[in-house]
Ligand binder design. Structure first.
Ligand code: FAD
Length: 498
């Protein structure tokens, strides 16, 4: 029954046998960098498909991306492939969406965000006098912060020391670490619709706008300045591309490998115990949920206590629906936000008084609007997401209750009957996040980027107690989201290669 899958390194020099746990973007990225450096790399994934939260499934002729859908910060993806002498274009075609997205505030009351800052400024100006020019100034600052935060700093911050944050450029920006996104947006813009559009990118960071340093306004530049893209066949194109690159570099990928235990000898990982096999290796990186990975270690080798995790600010969990409609939908775009409700109350019910939202805001995408192949002909592919607190009790009844709420809103705001057109529906919620990804509290996208959970204040990328154990992904540096996950893989690989 038990078999050994690899033997200890044939390390004449620095070449190592490296095992990577999980196949999310951070793991896929680390695997490529380490294989390029000449190591033997194997990725072990518990589920039957690669890609982590970005898995895909097919049902009844529909193809659903299970997690990420907003392809922002295209420069990060491009840099990743450039590091291997490739471009994204070698693997998949990208389309810039116009409109980037639609924001509904009520029945037939919406704003389309177009693909160009001039057009967006004109729209702002029509809604609030003077706001067009203010937006351009705001974006200029956001662009500067993007250039410092993403282009200069992100790739140089493995979170090992507070000094990583200090440079001539960041010292000049101290104000942005003291103020918050909420304060800065409210200072310039009065209209509640414009305010909520400018606070929207914060959702990707997993925290409230009032709790997110203003420096992260670089996400506004990612939104309005760089734009929203879509890989031709959906987000899964990126998984396929990274796996194909890794395979060409010699990485091997093993699905249905659920890590159950990490054995330690002389303060080093000696063996990885999977359900039906045991692996020896020289070095381990876990891209699986950090809390879960530490739980597989003997207690004395865990760096963080349960109390530590309980006191972190986690990104929300989500109630998700994958829905197939037997007709084309009117009055929706590829990405649609439904911000008709009190942002603050919903946020309060996620972070401060965790409970099912009284009046949920939600997000919906219809990938078949831009790629007909994701649905059978004359059908529509719908994905719905309600952000919710972690650790909520979820049941079929609660899921149905919320499905009815959002379907009614969708029908009413877009002026069409949809209930009888549903031919496929699958939901995914807190208990699925726990079961399928071993996610702490059922979080959807990791540990929030608050001031006290930034850079060196995040869980360590390298274990302080086990010498050959490293971490990557959305619970360590730099944080939640696909671009940070890809950077996380590069950071851990650089640290190991050093
Ligand atoms: C619904 C949803 C929507 C999102 N939308 C966006 C978006 O639009 N844009 C964006 O940029 N980001 C988005 N995100 C966030 C983004 O998807 C994640 O931050 C990123 O994909 C996380 O990558 P990761 O490498 O940290 O790991 P994950 O994707 O979490 O992968 C970890 C892997 O480890 C595996 N694993 C766990 N335990 C074990 C074990 N014991 N043995 C073996 N394997 C194990 C899991 O099965 C999983 O495959 C979204 C996330 C979700 C859930």
């Amino acid at each position: 029954m038990w078999k050994f899958e690899s033997s200890r390194a044939h390390s004449k020099f620095m070449k190592k046998n490296i095992s990577i746990i999980g196949s999310g973007f951070s793991s896929l990225s680390a695997a490529c960098y380490l294989a390029k450096a000449g190591h033997n790399v194997t990725v072990y994934e518990k589920n039957d498909r690669l890609g982590g939260r970005a898995r895909q499934f097919k049902a009844e002729g529909f193809t659903f991306d299970m997690g990420p859908s907003w392809y922002w910060m295209p420069d990060v993806f491009e840099k990743f492939f450039n590091d291997f002498g490739k471009t994204t274009n070698d693997f998949y075609k990208l389309k810039k969406l116009n409109p980037a997205y639609r924001v509904y505030f009520g029945s037939e009351d919406y704003i389309d965000i177009e693909d160009d800052i001039e057009k967006i400024s004109e729209k702002f100006e029509k809604i609030e006098k003077g706001s067009g020019m203010k937006l351009k100034k705001f974006m200029q600052k956001a662009k500067e912060n993007y250039s410092i935060g993403v282009t200069d700093m992100l790739y140089k911050m493995p979170g090992m020391s507070p000094l990583e944050l200090v440079s001539l450029k960041t010292i000049k920006k101290v104000r942005y670490f003291v103020s918050t996104i909420r304060k800065d947006v409210n200072k310039e813009f009065k209209n509640p619709k414009l305010r909520s559009i400018l606070e929207f990118p914060v959702l990707f960071l997993g925290a409230k706008a009032s709790n997110t340093p203003a420096f992260y306004n670089f996400m506004n530049y990612a939104d309005f300045g760089l734009g929203t893209f879509q890989p031709k066949n959906g987000f899964y194109d990126l998984v396929t591309a990274m796996v194909s690159l890794g395979t060409s570099l010699g990485v091997s990928y093993k699905t249905n490998h659920d890590l159950q235990k990490i054995q330690i000898k002389n303060k080093n990982v000696s063996n990885l115990i999977f359900e039906n096999s045991e692996v020896k290796c020289d070095l381990v990186i876990s891209g699986a949920d950090y809390h879960h990975t530490e739980g597989l270690l003997p207690k004395r080798f865990r760096q963080y206590s349960e109390n530590y995790w309980e006191n972190r600010v986690f990104a929300p969990s989500s109630l998700l629906f994958y829905v197939g409609f037997n007709k084309k939908l009117k009055n929706v775009e590829h990405h649609n936000l439904f911000f008709d409700t009190d942002f603050d109350q919903h946020a309060d019910e996620i972070y401060n008084k965790p409970k099912w939202p009284t009046d949920p805001l939600f997000y919906a995408n219809f990938t078949s609007k831009t790629n007909a192949k994701t649905a059978p002909s004359n059908c529509e592919n719908g994905f719905f997401l309600i952000p919710i607190a972690t650790n909520l009790e979820d049941s079929i009844e609660i899921r149905e209750k919320y499905f009815n709420i959002i379907l009614e809103k969708l029908e009413s705001y877009t002026k069409q009957k949809l209930r009888d057109s549903i031919i496929f529906k699958k939901s995914f919620c807190v208990s699925d996040f726990k079961k399928e990804y071993n996610s702490y509290g059922g979080n959807a996208y990791g540990l929030a980027n608050t001031l006290f959970q930034t850079a060196f204040l995040r869980p360590n990328i390298k274990s302080k107690l086990v010498q050959n154990l490293y971490f990557c992904g959305q619970l360590t540096v730099p944080g939640p989201g696909v671009p940070p996950a890809i950077v996380s893989g590069e950071l851990v690989a650089n640290l190991i290669n050093k």
